[in-house]
Design a binder for this molecule. Structure first.
Ligand SMILES: Cc1cc2nc3c(=O)[nH]c(=O)nc-3n(C[C@H](O)[C@H](O)[C@H](O)COP(=O)(O)O)c2cc1C
Length: 293
């Protein structure tokens, strides 16, 4: 077996199979500035919806948020309690909260309400976490997860004034359902390899982007490590991308400074790739710059 079903390796290999042509005539100095839900960020590079960061480094979640704030990036956060979300928002970082797909929708609705009251930028659910690895319902801290229906998703959208995001879209079918349900954003993701042989998000991204037609932002995560990865995602239709595991070491070693530095290095490489391809801003990267190996 070439890859042994290792989704992360397949995803990494797909990034590396995409090559850039160069365009120099009429080049301009590019800007990476990106507006998401009315907020301006210095680049389309954001943290991923992570959890348990205090195991990486004491106070890890708040340090991650401080790093996001210092780099003028959007902060995403996954599972965690109300105090944690409030502490993150207190850092000044514009924060997107992703809630688990609890079987009990009242738990979800309470968390949506809390995110709204606390001043989150947006809120959503990672719909891809209903099943555990043995095709039984997953349980997190004793609470059962469940798949969400089209009608349930619509009810979450209608329950909040915040933009509502579905994380874990890896098919055109789900993207179209999200569109019809009135969601305000999706994250194209396989959740760091929820299943072996999952599609690399960038492989399906152009199809999804075409169907969405700019009606809401498309976020992408999984295996982003450098600015060139971000460039490729933007060229294929992403609005912005999230970085998860690649930020763990900088967070562990250098806390908020490490997170800031890593994001800024990615941004500089993105800007450089844009400069040598006549790409003046993140939303105007011509997909024909990319070639397949
Ligand atoms: C330690 C850890 C905790 C995570 N916790 C969550 C979570 O609570 N909610 C969620 O939606 N995704 C969670 N994720 C998944 C990430 O948001 C992301 O989809 C995934 O890690 C892929 O990005 P990456 O390859 O850059 O890490 C977690 C990932 C890691 C590594």
């Amino acid at each position: 077996m070439a890859n042994g079903g290792d989704t992360s390796k397949i995803t990494r290999d797909y990034f590396d199979s995409l090559l850039l042509e160069m365009r120099h005539i009429d080049a301009v100095k590019p800007t990476t500035e990106t507006v998401i839900y009315g907020e301006k960020f210095s680049s389309p590079i954001m943290t991923a919806a992570l959890s348990h960061l205090d195991k990486v480094r004491p106070n890890g979640t708040v340090l991650m948020a401080q790093g996001a704030y210092a780099s003028k990036s959007a902060m995403w956060i996954g599972m965690g309690d109300e105090e944690e979300l409030e502490a993150i928002i207190e850092t000044g970082a514009k924060t997107i909260k992703i809630i688990k797909p609890y079987a009990d929708n009242d738990v979800i609705l309470k968390k949506i309400e809390h995110a709204e009251k606390s001043g989150a930028l947006a809120v959503g659910i990672d719909i891809d976490h209903a099943f555990g690895s043995i095709s039984e319902w997953d349980y997190i801290l004793g609470l059962r997860m469940s798949p969400k229906s089209f009608d349930e998703i619509k009810s979450f959208v209608n329950a909040t004034k915040l933009p509502f995001i579905i994380k874990g879209v890896l098919s055109l079918q789900d993207a179209l359902k999200c569109l019809e349900a009135g969601v305000n954003g999706i994250v194209v993701s396989h959740h760091h390899g929820m299943v072996d042989y999952a599609l690399p998000p960038l492989m399906i991204l152009p199809k999804i982007a075409k169907a969405v037609g700019g009606k809401f932002p498309i976020f992408v995560d999984c295996c982003f490590e450098r600015g060139l990865d971000v460039f490729k995602a933007l060229a294929l239709g992403a609005t912005a991308v999230s970085v998860g595991r690649a930020l763990m070491k900088p967070l562990k070693d250098d806390g908020a400074d490490g997170v800031q530095k890593y994001i800024e290095e990615m941004k500089h490489e993105l800007q450089w790739a844009m400069a040598v391809t006549c790409s003046k801003n993140p939303s105007s990267i011509d997909p024909t710059i990319l070639w397949n190996k």
